[in-house]
Every structure is written in C-alpha cells, then in structure tokens.
Design a protein around this ligand. Structure first.
Ligand code: ADP
Length: 690
C-alpha cells in the first residue's frame, strides 16, 4: 500500500509540474504572439507612413524644382522678368491645387506675384525677413527664413506653408550674386490633403514638426503637441534644404492585445486542459497497470509453488522466492533479464539437479529447449538435496513461458508407498484366493461325489444289508430319508461352495486387473462358440426361476477372447437373472460394419437414471440391502467393463426403473488393422495422461 501511495504522490507531482509548465509555456507563447502582433502592427503603420513620406518628399521636391526653373526664367528674362513672371509661374506651378501663390522678391526692384497681388497674403514680417541686411547670406536664409516655413497664418486667415528658394544670378557681375528669393505659398490644409494625411489621420494621431527651423518656437506644422508622443513612430521627411519630423501614434494608442487574443487564450486553455486530461488518463492507466502488476506480484509471492515467467525471447521476466529457493545454488544467475538457457546451464553445471549429473548436456538440451516448444512440458527432477521437483512449463499466447515448480517429494513418496501397498495387497489377495481356492476345489470335488449318495459304496452296501436281512420297512424308509437328507445337505453345500468359488474368482480377476497382470487373447471366434455353452449352462437356471430365456444370435464371428467374453455375458445374464422376477431374459446380437453388439435384455427391476453411471464402479451396488438379498459383491460389472476394454470393446446400459434393463457389450467384428491398433493405443495413452 505504501508503494501505491508513493505512486499516487508521484502522479500528483507530475500533474502539478505539467500544469505549471503548460501555463508557463502558454503565457510565453501568448507573449510572443502578442509581441509579434504589435511588431507587425507597428511595421504596417510604419510602411504606410513611409509611403506617405515618399509622396510628400516627391511633392515638395517637385515644388522646389519648379521654383528653380521659375528662378531660371526670371533670371533669363533679365530686366523685364516682372512682365513675364505671371506667365512663368502659371506654367511651372500654377496647376497645383495646394499652391496659393508664387512670389518673386528681388533684392533690387519691385516684387512680382502670381496671381497678381498675392504678395499681400504673406503674413506680416515675412517680407522683412527676406530683405533684411543678411538675406544674401545663404546660411542665414536657410536658418532664419527657412526654405520651408510654417505653418503661418496668411493675411486671408488660411494656414500656409512657405517654400522658399534663394536665387543667385549667373549672368550678372559679380557672378553668383544674391538676386532675391522666390516663394511658394502652400495652402497647408490642401497640401496635407494632397499627401493623404487625412486618410492616415483616420487611424493615427500625427504630429509634424519642422526640424530645420528648430530655433523658432512655432515649429509644429500639424498635430497636437500636448499629447503624449513618447511611444510614437518617428521618422524624418527630408527636403532639399530642410526636414520634418513626423510622429505617429494610433488614435486608440498601441493595441495591448491582438484581436485574436481571447481566442488564443481559449485555445491555449483548451490545449492545457486537454493535455492535463490526457496526462491524468495516462497516469490513471499507469496506476491501474501498476496495481495489476502489484497484485500479480503479490499473488506470485504468495504462491506455495515456485513460479517464473519468461518472455518470448526466453528472458526471465520475474520469479518468486520459492522458484529461486528451489535452485538456491544459482541465485546469482536467476535475475530478471537472464536467459532460460543461461539459468538451465548453471543449474546443470553446478550439480543442483541430481538427474543432470553425468548427463549435463542432454539435460540442458532437454530443459533449455522447453522455452522453444509450442507444447507444454512436464517432468520430474530429482534434486541433489534429495527433494523431488515437479517441472511444468506452459507456453503462453504471447510466446512467453510460465514455469511452475512444485516440491512433490512427499507426494511422490506417498505414491510410492501406495503403489507398494497396492502390490502387497494384490499379492495378499492372490495368495489368499489361491489358498482358499485349493481347499474349496477339494470341498467341491468331494461334495460332487457326496451328493450322489445313492452311488456311494457304503450306502449301497448298507442298502444290500438291509435287503438281505429283511429289515423292517420302517427302518429302510428311515435310512432312505437319512440318505436323502444327507444328499440335500451336500447339494446345498456344493451350491454355497460354487458361489464362494465364483466370488474368489472375481476377487482374483479384479486383483489381476488392478495389478496390470491381466491378459486377454483375442482371435476371430464364431459367436456360437461363445454363446452355446452359456445357453446350455444358464437355460436351466433361468427356467428354474420361472423366466423365459431367448437366444437370438447370428452365425458370424467376433474378434474376442472367447473365455473372457463368455465370462462377461455370464455375468450380465447372471445379473439379469438376479434382478428379474418375472418375464424373460433375451440374449441377442447385432452387427455393424465394424462391431458386433451382444444385448442382454431383461424385464427386471431396472436401474434409476442417477445410478447408471455408478454401477460400473468396483464394489458399487445400487441398493445394498436389495443386493444383499439377491447376492453379489459389486465387482461383476467393474470386471466386465475392464474385460471389454481389454478386448477393444465397451459396455453400456440402457435401463428404465420397473421396466427392465438392456446391457450392451460391443466388440470388434474383425481383427483391427495396424493403423487402427495405433489409433487405439494413442487413445489409450491420452486417456491415461488425462
Ligand atoms: P453385483 O455382483 O453386486 O451384482 P455388479 O457389478 O454385477 O455387482 O452390479 C452392480 C449393481 O448394478 C448391482 O448391485 C445392481 O444394483 C445393479 N445391476 C446390475 N445389473 C442389473 C440388472 N440387470 N438389473 C437391475 N440392476 C442391475
């Protein structure tokens, strides 16, 4: 029980450990999935924004190029550039919906704007920036005036961006002198629309900051700076002479969980539950297996016999202490995993089995191959310590072998003693029967002579004397009476003697059968040779009892020992006579292809169904009180059956209480062939083994 408690504790620990491991693994997997999802989400957002950035960069770069071209036109047109400016501006930039105005501001001379008068849109102070004393310094212009300025509020109230280009003259002396500035006024709302910010803004909060103009305070181009932008996606928009930093953050914030989070969690819970359930089931099965194994082990341990189980490879699986104890000199090899051959060899070589000493190889071959046999193997081994072991190896269905060893020393001794006692008993019965039979034969012989009193010389002489002396009639009468009485006594005595003789003969036959010294000699014998003497002998007796005796036998022959067959039939008819008070007794034969059946039918008491099987047992009488009245020992049918079997035949009975019985002796019709004889011997062997 302690073992099973340990097993259960182990199982619970395994379950808990598995549960913890599964939960940890599930959480880890979930974390990875979530992380992956968030990374994917960020990457997707990033990709989308990068696409927009390219568009913005391309748009601004396009405007910058347009400004450059515009500058070239202005410079190429020399002094009358102002007249053509509107035309140039319209051609280069005018079709962009987000461009509100284009302004050219030369250092010397009046400025020009497209559409005309649009210069007024510039927020106050912006112009001054262009024309202060340092405007010709490119670094100043880039830093202060900026190439991309804004957002600013134009004079008409719109939010605008200013894209500026510093124009240097190529044709005037000195070369590359600062000519002035061209400016594109971009409508911020339309520009942002153009670059698709509105679309992005649906999912993201966007903050656009002008990085190139960091010295000015108002650098936010778009978005709410007060929002927390710490976890935002950040990337730069590079322009020819400046850059924007764009920060983007999903409107709802970064997702904490993937949309499949709940489903994943349920799936993981399901998997964990399923794994734990399966594990519990496996552990339960293991426990049942363990319990079964324990029970088997306990049973094997508790067995009085030695028991060992070998697997199909002939390796020892397990054995109990009794098994090992029988071969205590080979304990070092009798261990699980050892081969049967190894164990058998050790037992033989170490002289543990007395029977193996001197013929070790044969013994090893015989016992070692037991495990390769398909049939069961049984034998008895005498051990060196004087004990006798009954060896019985049984092949199992899985190819393994179960070996049982029983100490049959006492049993064998008892059997030997019983056999010796049986022999003594048989000898005693033999001797006694012979000793009884000899004087009885003499008595019967004398009785045979004495019953013929009239013919005895002394009686004749007495009668002659009585005649000659003319004895009175009364004397002669009395003498006749005495002689008659004497004769009757002798006849009675002879009958009893005969009966005693038949009993002694039965005893002798039975003793012979028991000791196996009984011999029958079968030959093909005419049925008449068996039946006629019986008929002659029994007819008078049957008739004397007032019964009819019918004999209907065929003319053929039977394979039998005539004397013993007559003995059987005599016994059967004798019983019929004994148990029939009126009616008849019929002896008839019936023939099949192979057998001749002798039927003895009577109209006597019959035998109850329950008793039918018992009447063939030795000394068995159905109702001993009745039988005592009718005589008998209870040996007749037992002997008859043995006699029938010895001749290759059988006896059976069919009876109905109060109606009568039919006993059937079945014998071979002809001598059996060799094959049939072998079959018969096999059957007899099997019968004996069983
Ligand atoms: P026994 O010498 O006592 O007759 P048997 O072995 O010949 O012994 O018979 C055993 C018993 O079988 C008898 O005691 C009797 O009860 C029964 N038996 C045998 N033959 C007959 C028969 N023809 N009718 C009725 N009972 C019979």
């Amino acid at each position: 029980m302690a073992n099973i408690a340990k097993f259960r504790l182990g199982a619970v620990i395994v379950l808990i450990a598995a549960l913890i491991a599964l939960i940890v693994v599930s959480l880890k997997i979930e974390e990875l999935i979530e992380k992956q999802y968030q990374e994917d989400f960020r990457a997707a957002a990033y990709d989308e924004l990068i696409e927009r950035r390219e568009e913005v960069e391309a748009t601004t770069f396009g405007m910058f190029l347009a400004l450059q071209r515009l500058a070239s036109h202005v410079l190429d047109s020399s002094s009358d550039w102002g007249e053509h400016f509107e035309h140039f501006a319209e051609r280069e930039i005018g079709d962009s919906s987000y461009v509100t105005a284009v302004i050219a501001s030369p250092l010397v001379g009046p400025e020009a704007a497209y559409p005309s008068g649009a210069a007024d849109l510039l927020p106050a102070g912006q112009e001054a920036v262009l024309f202060d004393s340092q405007a010709s310094d490119p670094e100043y212009l880039a830093a202060k005036a900026g190439l991309l300025n804004g957002p600013l509020q134009a004079t008409d109230g719109r939010q605008v961006l200013l894209l500026r280009h510093r124009v240097l003259s190529h044709f005037m002396e000195p070369e590359n002198e600062f000519w002035g500035v061209t400016t594109v006024v971009v409508d911020l709302v339309r520009f942002l629309e153009r670059i698709g910010l509105a679309e992005i803004s649906r999912g993201f909060d966007i903050l656009i900051r002008d990085e190139s103009n960091s010295s000015t305070t108002d650098t936010i181009i778009h978005g709410d700076v007060s929002r927390n932008w710490t976890d935002a996606l950040s990337f730069d928009f590079e322009f020819p002479n400046g850059s924007w930093e764009v920060l983007a953050i999903p409107r709802e914030g970064w997702p904490l969980h993937s949309p499949d989070w709940l489903r994943n969690r349920i799936v993981m819970f399901g998997v964990t539950f399923f794994v734990i359930l399966t594990l519990s089931y496996v552990l339960r099965l293991s426990e049942l297996r363990y319990l079964a194994e324990e029970r088997l082990n306990n049973a094997i341990r508790a067995m009085e016999n030695g028991l060992a189980i070998f697997d199909s490879q002939g390796r020892l699986h397990k054995c109990n202490a009794n098994f090992a104890g029988f071969y205590s000199g080979a304990l070092d090899v009798i261990r699980p995993g050892a081969t049967a051959r190894e164990i058998v060899e050790t037992i033989a070589r170490r002289g543990i089995v007395a029977d193996a000493i001197g013929c070790e190889d044969e013994w090893i071959a015989e016992h070692g191959s037991a495990h390769r046999r398909t049939k069961n193997y049984t034998c008895t081994d005498k051990m060196s310590n004087g004990r006798i072991l009954r060896v019985s190896d049984h092949r199992m269905e899985d190819g393994g072998t179960v070996c049982i060893r029983s100490d049959v020393t006492e049993l064998e001794e008892a059997v030997a003693e019983a056999q010796a006692a049986n022999v003594t008993k048989t000898q005693f019965i033999n001797t006694l029967s012979h000793e009884l039979r000899t004087p009885l034969t003499v008595i019967l012989g004398l009785a045979g002579i004495a019953k013929l009193t009239d013919r005895m010389p002394v009686v004749r002489a007495l009668k002659t004397v009585l005649e000659e002396t003319s004895a009175p009639p009364i004397v002669r009468e009395k003498v006749d009476e005495v002689i008659d009485h004497f004769s009757k006594l002798v006849i009675q005595q002879e009958k009893s003697g005969q009966h005693l003789l038949s009993l002694i003969n039965e005893m002798l036959d039975f003793a012979k059968i028991e000791s196996g010294t009984f011999v029958v000699e079968c030959a093909e014998t005419p049925i008449s040779e068996i039946v006629e003497p019986l008929e002659a002998q029994l007819e008078i007796e049957v008739n004397r009892k007032g019964l009819a005796f019918e004999v209907n036998c065929d003319e053929g022959s039977v394979y039998a020992d005539a004397f013993r067959t007559r003995q059987i039939l005599y016994n059967l008819i004798g019983n019929a006579l004994k148990f029939t008070d009126m009616g008849k007794i019929v002896l008839s034969t019936e023939r099949t292809d192979s057998h001749v059946m002798f039927h003895v039918r009577d109209t006597g008491t019959g035998i109850a169904l329950d008793d039918i099987d018992k009447i063939f047992e030795a000394f068995r009488q159905v109702d001993s009180s009745v039988t005592r009245r009718r005589g008998g020992t209870g040996l007749g049918l037992a002997i008859s059956r043995e006699l029938a079997l010895a001749q290759g035949g059988t006896i059976s009975v069919d009876s109905e209480l109060g109606v009568g019985s039919t006993f059937t002796l079945s014998l071979l019709a002809a001598a059996p062939t060799t094959r049939a004889r072998e079959d018969k011997r096999d059957r007899a062997d099997r019968g004996q083994a069983a």
